[in-house]
Design a protein around this ligand. Structure first.
Ligand code: ZN
Length: 203
């Protein structure tokens, strides 16, 4: 399982200071609910874009429950599950603006928009329960403007969707299972992306 949590530091500070070491376990296991049952298990590595600094590798802290033995990872909310581009940059693109230094990610961001636009109608009921004023049938921009107005930027939207419904704007959330070894393989460099929207980075 994965928890998405806001961090008190920026992505760059997180990466530069090994902030993952300071990430604490939740008070209780999100799987079984037992208190004080999570113990450190280690880290996995994933990529994330950083404005002006290309792709950074960051480490995500993992814990294991001593009661139910399931693992829990704590993903900083500046990252989106399985997506390479930082949530803030995705938010900016969806809102119609993008910093010049992030222009190289526009082709990938355009694929994000297509993928999200195709998935949103599938979770119309969920979205309407969160944002009651959501129009019946709207353009992608209409969806995004309503969601952003009701819930905030992408990091907040994702936190809400994952925490309450186990979905993201990209699809169903698949972080329930134990991490399998192949998920821990670290790609040294980002080497392109799959047009079908395959995972670009670790969870
Ligand atoms: Zn547990």
């Amino acid at each position: 399982m994965q928890i998405i949590r806001p961090m008190p530091v920026s992505l760059e500070v997180y990466a530069d200071t090994d902030y993952q070491r300071q990430v604490e376990a939740s008070a209780e296991c999100p799987n079984c609910g037992v208190r004080d049952s999570l113990e450190p298990l280690g880290y996995y590595s994933r990529g994330i874009t950083s404005t002006g600094r290309d792709v950074l590798r960051i480490l995500i802290r993992r814990f294991r429950c001593t009661t139910c033995f399931r693992t829990v990872s704590v993903l900083p909310s500046f990252a989106h599950p399985y997506r390479l581009v930082a949530s803030a940059t995705v938010s900016q693109f969806f809102s119609g603006t993008i910093a010049a230094v992030n222009a190289r990610w526009v082709p990938l961001l355009a694929q994000y928009e297509i993928r999200v636009g195709r998935w949103l109608p599938s979770i119309r009921g969920i979205l309407r329960s969160l944002v009651p004023v959501l129009p019946q049938a709207v353009t992608f921009h209409g969806w995004w403007t309503s969601l952003r107005g009701g819930l905030g930027e992408l990091d907040r939207i994702t936190q809400t969707l994952v925490g309450r419904f186990q979905v993201t704007l990209f699809g169903r959330y698949r972080c329930h299972a134990l991490l399998r070894p192949h998920n821990l393989v670290i790609r040294k460099e980002f080497d392109g992306w799959n047009a079908q929207g395959a995972n670009e980075t670790g969870p």
